[in-house]
Structures are given as structure tokens and as C-alpha cells.
Design a protein around this ligand. Structure first.
Ligand code: NAP
Length: 321
């Protein structure tokens, strides 16, 4: 598997791309678009004036003072805002989209985003939802880096009858950014991500919250002995509160369904411990170990022991979500 981005394009894929929202994902797209010559011009807008100022200092592209200026003439517009803000962002960009443009988003939930965005999409604009399954626990324009999407999956959920050329062009965009692209429908995406991403985040938020509320164990003991396993949950539980609040509010059904299954399996584990069923515990732990090995074999994780001390990290701040 390649550990570096491939060669930059000889000819830009798009004339102009516009990034709406310049946090972790928007700024990472800006970096990789420049590195890979994905667009002749990269424009951006963020509703937060301070973020716009920092994005200019970071030279993320032509940072506009209005959505209209950012989007004018763009042939690809990517909404990189929290899931709960997608509808407003789509409403703001819609009147300024040029005919034939591709409108994409990067939201971690797909059905909810489609419902919020699709009603605003003008005739002649191709709306192709996307979710790059890549991230860190950091946010803001300083958090972005060009290799964020390298060897990560990007899931596209084109609606029925979507323009094939637009889907192909967007696939090339994400592949040139280093991703592997998979196409599925929005409902299936939400179910898969509920178990692989959303419920794990909920469990992390819950366990860290429980530890914080304990009375018999002091907070300093929790921090001191965190390398026992707790520390890995704290990284996930440090993820952006706005983003994750929106994910749970907009993928409610799939998350509740997976949480139901999780609770049943947890009760079964509880019973095994209560009744001293060592064979049952051993059998489950052996199966779960095989899943970890599968993830390493697929190149989605390294086999290096992780003691939480990443000296000389090359791929940017933090680990990947
Ligand atoms: P982020 O770092 O918090 O950046 C989002 C930016 O968008 C903020 O600066 C925010 O400003 C701005 N914004 C909010 N509403 C806006 C609007 N209507 N118009 C223009 N700008 C607006 O978030 P992120 O981590 O990049 O996440 C962006 C999207 O990517 C989310 O939908 C998330 O689900 C998805 N995603 C995230 C990850 C991850 O690990 N972080 C991974 C994959 C996908 P304010 O802060 O002032 O609201």
C-alpha cells in the first residue's frame, strides 16, 4: 500500500473549487488540492471571521468574505460544515452555483444531510454526497494536513439517476487525494458507520464521563493510570462536541438500533463474568483479536505497538479517527 500521495496531476481536474467551512476537513482538502494540482484555483469561506483570518494566514487559498464570492464560477463546491449546518450552508450557496457544477459534502451522516441539502439544489447542479472516513480529534483550520485522506476510504452516496460523469470526476478527485472510493446508498452508509464510528464514539464519551464522575477513584488516579486502556478512549472522547452532537441527532435511528444490539451483547458478557464462563470470554476475545488483525492487514492501522507516545509524528497532529 502506498504511504505517500501519488504524483500531482499535470493538468488541474477542476478550474475552481470552493470549500465552505475551513476546519479540519476543509483545510485538509485545501492542502491536498494544492499539493495534487486538483484545481487551478482553491477558494474558501467560513462563517467565522476569525477562522477566515487564520485560513488566510495559513495560505489555504483565496478566502472570500462571502459565500457568493467563494462559490462564483466554481465547478466543485464542497460543504465542510457540521452536519447540523449543512442545510443552511446549502441554502446560502444554492443561488450562486453555476450550471453543471458538482455540489459535494463531507458529512459523517448521509441520510440526514441529503434531506437537508437536496431541497436547495438547483436544476442542472449535480449533488453527490460524500464521506471521507478520515479524521482526527482536532478541529479548526490549523488541524488540516495534506495526507489526511491517504489510504482512507471515501464513501460516495450518489442518488438514483446521478450524472455518471459527475460521479466519475468526484471519484478521481478523492482518489487523487489518496483515498479509496466506495459507492453505496445513504441508508446503508448510516448503518455501517453507526457501528464502526458513531457507537464507538458514544461508548468513549460514556466511559470517560463515568470515570470523571466516580467518587471512589480520584481524577488524578484516572489520569495517572490511564495507559491501562482508558487513554485510548480519551482520545476519541476529545473529538469535537459540535460535530458529534450533530452526528447523533442526525443518525438517530441507526445509532439506536446498533446501541440495542450492543446492550444485548454487553448483558451477555455481564452474565459470562457473573457465572465464571471463562471459555465464553476467551472465545469472544479471540474472535475480536482477529478483527484487529484484519484491520492491520487492510492497511487501516499499523501493527506497531501503541504506547501513546508518538515521537516525530510525520502525518500531522494526532491519530486518525
Ligand atoms: P470543524 O473543524 O469544526 O470546522 C467546521 C467549520 O465550519 C467551523 O469553522 C464552523 O464555524 C464552520 N461553519 C459552520 N457553519 C457554517 C456555515 N453555515 N457556513 C460556513 N461555515 C460554517 O469541523 P470538521 O471536523 O472539519 O468537520 C466538518 C464536517 O466533516 C462535518 O460534517 C463532519 O461530520 C465531517 N467529518 C469530520 C471528520 C472528523 O474527524 N473531524 C471526519 C470525516 C467527516 P463555527 O465553528 O463558527 O461554527
Amino acid at each position: 500500500m502506498p504511504e505517500r500521495l501519488g504524483p500531482a496531476r499535470a493538468v488541474p481536474l477542476f478550474d475552481k473549487i470552493a470549500l465552505i467551512g475551513l476546519g479540519l476537513i476543509g483545510s485538509s482538502i485545501a492542502h491536498v488540492a494544492r499539493r495534487q494540482n486538483l484545481a487551478r484555483e482553491v477558494a474558501g469561506f467560513d462563517s467565522d471571521g476569525d477562522v477566515r483570518r487564520r485560513a488566510r494566514e495559513l495560505r489555504l487559498g483565496a478566502i472570500a468574505e462571502s459565500t457568493q464570492d467563494a462559490v462564483a464560477g466554481a465547478d466543485l463546491v464542497v460543504l465542510c460544515v457540521p452536519v447540523g449546518a449543512m442545510g443552511d450552508a446549502a441554502r446560502d450557496v444554492a443561488p450562486h452555483l453555476k450550471a453543471g457544477a458538482i455540489l459535494c459534502d463531507v458529512g459523517s451522516v448521509k441520510n440526514g444531510v441529503v434531506s437537508a441539502v437536496a431541497p436547495h439544489v438547483p436544476e442542472g447542479v449535480h449533488f453527490i454526497p460524500a464521506h471521507p472516513v478520515a479524521g482526527t480529534e482536532y478541529s479548526g483550520p490549523e488541524a488540516g494536513f495534506a495526507t489526511l485522506f491517504l489510504q482512507r476510504w471515501c464513501i460516495l452516496t450518489p442518488p438514483d439517476g446521478a450524472d455518471e460523469n459527475a460521479v466519475a470526476k468526484l471519484t478521481t478527485f478523492w482518489e487523487t487525494a489518496g483515498s479509496h472510493v466506495e459507492i453505496m446508498n445513504a441508508a446503508h452508509h448510516d448503518l455501517v458507520l453507526a457501528i464502526t464510528s458513531h457507537v464507538p464514539h458514544l461508548i468513549a464519551y460514556n466511559i470517560v464521563g463515568t470515570a470523571a464522575d466516580l467518587e471512589e477513584v480520584t481524577q488524578s488516579e484516572v489520569i495517572k493510570f490511564s495507559a491501562g486502556g482508558f487513554r485510548d478512549f480519551t482520545r476519541v472522547a476529545a473529538s469535537d462536541p459540535t460535530m458529534w452532537r450533530d452526528v447523533f441527532l442526525h443518525n438517530k435511528d441507526a445509532v439506536l438500533e446498533m446501541l440495542g444490539r450492543f446492550n444485548e451483547d454487553l448483558s451477555a458478557l455481564q452474565r459470562m463474568i457473573r457465572w465464571g464462563d471463562g471459555d465464553g470470554l476467551f472465545e469472544l476475545f479471540s474472535r475480536t483479536r482477529a478483527i484487529r488483525r484484519g484491520i492491520i492487514a487492510e492497511g487501516q492501522e499499523t501493527a506497531a505497538p501503541d504506547f501513546g507516545r508518538h515521537i516525530g509524528e510525520e502525518n500531522g497532529p494526532g491519530e486518525r479517527n
